[in-house]
Write a protein that binds this ligand. Structure first.
Ligand SMILES: Cc1ncc(COP(=O)(O)O)c(C=O)c1O
Length: 485
């Protein structure tokens, strides 16, 4: 354990009114010499007060001073942490959209990335999948065993068309806390968020239609567009605030757009969070141009700030927002339990769901409903949020240390992926192949664009168990990038 009293350089006698400044100096020294690294927890106020023999208020004053200097950050109920912004490279610039809408051309590359998602020999930076260490496998197993034991007939039967009533009730109950009250009847369960988004797209488009998407955007959305012969129109996106509304407005004025499909809260790959004012304006634009919004909220519960942002659907005025989500990021990707609240398109979506899959699998839905009912989900979310925030900071800092100058990293505001923009000329597709040869998975930038842009970018999954191998893999990636320069 870090011993501040011993490890600091000798300090002047503690007799002046500036005692807290001396404490702050000692701590700052530890940060500057790397004994305390960005993302590390600072010693607890109580412990430090007893170790140094000074009052708690002195320590608090010192910590506040370091906060003002941008060296520490306070986190509610968790204490003080060394600020991650210190070593992390600066964020990338806002992107520009493309004028041409195109049926996504990167599907082969996407498939290649997807096929590697389950390769357990790879360092798992490639797929946006949580390490099993973060998932409540035992409690879920118990919930599943219990529903199979207590409700064997139901668990083995076709589910209701709309989805498991127990699960929809739990989702409706949770929607209140998310700031967007839903009725159980508004909700349809699906085979993951991917199916939810694909069903919604199909409900509101015809082949050849144009769908406005963020740039970069989640590649599963591009796959769904390609499968439905839809043309994706990439709209410029701010890495902090999400889709650029001026650009979207211009596009809506210029051409017919069949749907806007995006993530307002912690989109993949940027981890951005759309401000409330933008969420409202987006709804206004959608009403004005009579276009549905498909909102992917799969990371909405994984916010790093204290408050969960309410989905765009909370600002919906005329039932045009089709909200989609799942438990893949927080409980079990393999259960394939997702859902949608498609507003006025509910019946169409239900018919398409029925036509394509009859119903979602019953047993996993019952198990998730039982798990939610038991009440451990909020603790699970708190654990994930803390872990992912720290990992994002830590990994961003490692990238800052080992990647060439000019590399930029977007600090995510939630979720568990990190977007890295490397100097121009770096080819992330080649980097992807070289990294694979060394047992490291990454997601290359072009898979996040319909037209293969972002060749110099990559996405890293941060929901990994920290280990020397992870640190070495980041250093190795940095070396591979430097070789390309
Ligand atoms: C933004 C986003 N949406 C949807 C999905 C797919 O979720 P599911 O596994 O529930 O289909 C993912 C998975 O990576 C994702 O990152």
């Amino acid at each position: 354990m870090l011993d501040l009293a011993k490890s600091a350089t000798p300090s002047p006698p503690v007799a002046t009114g500036l005692l807290y400044e001396q404490v702050a100096e000692r701590l700052q020294n530890l940060i500057e010499t790397g004994s305390l690294r960005p993302g590390d927890r600072a010693p607890s106020v109580r412990r430090l007060s007893s170790d140094l023999g000074v009052s708690i208020s002195t320590i608090l004053q010192a910590y506040r001073l370091l906060e003002d200097r941008g060296l520490l950050e306070a986190r509610a109920r968790s204490g003080f942490f060394v600020s991650g912004r210190l070593l992390a490279p600066p964020p990338p610039a806002k992107t520009r959209g493309s004028r041409r809408a195109t049926v996504p051309e990167t599907v082969e590359q996407i498939l290649r990335v997807r096929r590697l998602a389950n390769d357990r020999n790879l360092v798992p930076f490639g797929a946006a999948v949580a390490s099993p260490a973060f998932l409540p496998i035992q409690p879920l197993n118990r919930a599943l065993a219990r529903v199979l034991r207590e409700r064997p007939l139901e668990a083995n039967s076709y589910d209701e068309l709309a989805g498991c009533p127990d699960l929809r009730r739990q989702l409706a109950r949770r929607s209140l806390n998310a700031g967007c009250a839903l009725d159980a009847d508004e909700i349809l369960t699906t085979g993951g968020a991917q199916q939810a988004v694909a069903l919604c797209l199909r409900a509101v488009t015809r082949p050849g239609d144009v769908v406005a998407v963020e740039s970069p955007t989640y590649f599963g959305l591009l796959e769904a567009c390609a499968a439905l012969h839809l043309r994706a129109l990439e709209i410029g996106t701010d890495p902090h605030e999400g889709i650029c509304l001026d650009e979207l407005e211009a596009a809506l004025a210029r051409r017919r757009v069949a749907a806007v499909a995006l993530a307002a809260s912690f989109g993949n790959p940027l981890g951005h969070c759309m401000p409330v004012a933008n969420r409202r304006r987006l709804v206004d634009l959608a009403v004005e141009h009579d276009v549905p919004i498909i909102e992917d909220d799969v990371y909405g519960d994984l916010h790093f700030a204290d408050q969960r942002p309410a989905p765009i659907k909370a600002y919906d005025r005329d039932d045009r927002v089709m909200l989609c989500s799942s438990f893949s990021k927080t409980l079990a990707p393999g259960y394939r339990v997702g859902w949608t609240a498609p507003g006025r398109f509910r019946d169409v979506v239900e018919r398409i769901k029925n036509a394509s899959s009859v119903a979602a699998a019953t047993a996993p839905q019952l198990a998730v409903a039982r798990y939610l009912e038991r009440g451990g989900y909020d603790r699970q979310l708190t654990r994930l949020r803390r872990a992912y925030r720290d990992l994002a900071t830590r990994i961003a800092c490692c990238v800052g240390e080992s990647f060439p100058a000019g590399t930029r990293v977007n600090p995510p505001q939630g979720g568990h992926v990190l977007w890295v923009a490397m100097p121009a000329g770096i080819d992330s597709l080649e980097l992807f192949e070289r990294a694979l040869e060394r047992g490291i998975g990454i997601a290359p930038g072009p898979v996040f664009s319909a037209s293969g842009r972002y060749r110099n970018c990559l996405r890293l999954n941060v929901a990994v168990e920290w280990s020397p191998r992870i640190e070495q893999a980041l250093a190795e990636l940095g070396r591979l990038v430097a070789e390309q320069l």
